[in-house]
Ligand binder design. Structure first.
Ligand code: HEM
Length: 512
């Protein structure tokens, strides 16, 4: 009897504190935070007890993706398809508004001053929320690399990796980028048979292959073929991560042997093995070339505080294979579609390319910066169709920002795609494609009002590569082809990690 009683007492001692802690985290903390937001007049959709607004969030995204495409290549309805939750909740509850992912508050803020203050903060009052908002299932894609790191580890990796993409290095890759683009355009030309014959190309697929070739060559000194399986695995991993990010993560769930979890494990394992092999084969060559992989390998041998071990290098490789390919491909896709639908800007940009680079010569390091109109077109594309739709930071302590009183633990969400369409900054025609906004000497916009590549210490490492690659490719397409949007294109942008066209991006091109 005494033994039974002592077992009972022990289990009571173990379970009661656990239950109290659970009640504290799941009920008391959210209730207290919600009250604090309410006192400031910040509203949001009604929160469900355990899941918050996760179910509605998921339903809205799925609903948007199965809704009919937009009537024409019009940009006003884009938010309701890509980020329906921002669109609907900000209309209903105003800005800022708060929604809940499980017990976690997500405060969506579009105010430029707050955006700029938080993103450029160096006091450690805000932490990167980690890729996927800390969901371990999302971290598999590249959560252990730069985007998912913070503190000393982030600083150490950033210090090693950033020099691989400085402008001088990127400019040196222009001939390779031009050669890769040229072979892609040769395949288009074969389809065109003769001058003045229109032919259809799906540029979405083409640009993915182009940017995969570029990142394989310039960062890893490898061929597209070597990286091909890595891209395939990451493609599948990306889809699984996008699904995981729509649900509240229950601690320990990733160890439950569901079909998806098993697939996640095997994808990750194969990816790790492939990258390990790639490093073994190409390591030496890369160290000599001082490209991304080379710089990381040199750092692994250095006896300095910037040393990276091989597991860390593998994690960074995942980031650059994925980030290097996806985002630039989406930028090029939208820029081409926008020019295809706007003959006036297409002609202006082509005239400039002919004037600056000639009709047949590839763009080079000397003349690329003179392509001002192409640059304006790309910047306007990034405003209307930013591949990364939002950035997040978590408040590490209670903090006041202007009128906002932000409790520790709140995840601040900055909806780039919404900020980029603020009529207060961009004018009544914020939903229109108008590259003049980015002309030299044109009205300057506030620092926190335009951030396709983020800003502050964590600003995108690949920004230079992306812009140079997109400029070279777009200039060469303009040199060789005129193009319009194909009647088979349907305008249905969606969010699948990045903003992308749901059914491809078909244009009708014609050789010049
Ligand atoms: C159009 C193309 C691109 C866009 C729109 C874009 C967007 C972004 C944004 C918004 C961030 C900031 C995230 C944050 O602060 O939380 C970021 C970070 C990052 N991007 Fe990009 N990116 C692009 C291309 C690339 C490319 C080509 C690479 C690799 C070669 C790359 C690698 C990275 C990395 C490593 C980070 C994390 C930086 C850090 O945390 O220190 N990106 N990117």
């Amino acid at each position: 009897m005494a033994a039974v009683f002592s077992v009972f007492l022990t289990s009571l001692f173990v379970t009661v504190p656990c239950v109290i802690r659970l009640l504290y985290c799941l009920l008391w903390v959210p209730w207290r935070l919600q009250r604090r937001f309410r006192l400031q007049g910040i509203k949001g959709p009604p929160r469900r007890l355990l899941s918050g607004n996760a179910a509605e969030f998921r339903a809205m995204l799925e609903g948007a993706q199965s809704s009919p495409p937009l009537a024409s290549f019009h940009h006003a309805g884009v938010l309701s398809r890509v980020v329906p939750h921002y669109h609907e909740w900000s209309a209903r509850h105003g800005r800022p508004f708060v929604y809940w992912f499980g017990p976690r508050a997500r405060l969506v803020v579009s105010d430029h001053d707050v955006v700029a203050t938080v993103m450029t903060d160096s006091t450690e009052a805000f932490d990167k929320s980690g890729f996927g908002g800390g969901n371990p299932l999302a971290r598999q894609l590249f959560g252990q690399g730069l985007p998912g790191l913070s503190g000393d580890k982030w600083a150490r990796h950033r210090r090693v990796v950033a020099p691989a993409f400085n402008m001088e290095r990127v400019k040196a890759w222009i001939p390779e980028i031009a050669a890769i683009t040229s072979s892609m355009l040769d395949t288009w030309e074969v389809q065109g048979e003769s001058r003045h014959t229109e032919f259809e190309v799906d540029v979405y697929q083409g640009f993915h292959t182009l940017s995969a070739y570029v990142i394989s060559h310039v960062a890893f000194g490898s061929s597209y073929e070597e990286g091909n399986r890595i891209f395939e695995l990451q493609q599948e991993q990306g889809k699984l991560v996008a699904l995981a990010m729509r649900t509240v993560y229950i601690p320990g769930f990733r160890f439950v042997p569901t079909n998806k979890n098993r697939r996640r494990q095997s994808l990750n394992l194969e990816l790790q093995n492939l990258l390990r092999k790639l490093i073994e084969i190409n390591g030496r060559k890369c160290e000599d070339a001082k490209n991304l992989l080379g710089l990381m390998l040199s750092a692994s041998k250095a006896l300095s505080k910037f040393k990276m071990d091989i597991e860390e290098i593998i994690e960074e490789c995942k980031v650059f294979y994925f980030g290097g390919k996806e985002t630039t491909a989406h930028l090029l896709t939208w820029a081409t579609l926008l020019l295809a639908s706007n003959r006036e800007w297409q002609d202006k940009a082509r005239d400039e390319v002919h004037r600056v680079c000639g009709k047949f010569e590839h763009p080079n390091a000397e003349n690329l910066s003179n392509l001002k109109i192409v640059d304006m077109v790309l910047k306007e594309t990034l405003r209307l169709y930013p591949p990364v739709v939002a950035v997040n930071r978590t408040a590490t302590r209670d903090i006041k920002l202007g009128k906002l009183d932000i409790p520790a633990g709140t995840q601040l969400e900055f909806p780039i795609i919404d900020i980029h369409r603020d009529t207060g900054v961009w004018g009544a025609d914020a939903d229109e494609f108008n590259p003049w906004r980015f002309a030299d000497g044109h009205r300057r916009y506030h620092l926190g009002a335009y951030l396709p590549f983020g800003m502050g210490p964590s600003v995108c490492v690949g920004k230079n590569l992306s812009m140079v690659e997109a400029k070279v490719a777009l200039a060469m397409i303009l040199q060789r082809f005129t193009f319009v949007v194909s009647p088979s294109y349907v305008h249905a942008p969606i969010l699948m990690m990045n903003t992308r066209p749901q059914y491809g991006a078909q244009i009708l091109a014609c050789k010049i």
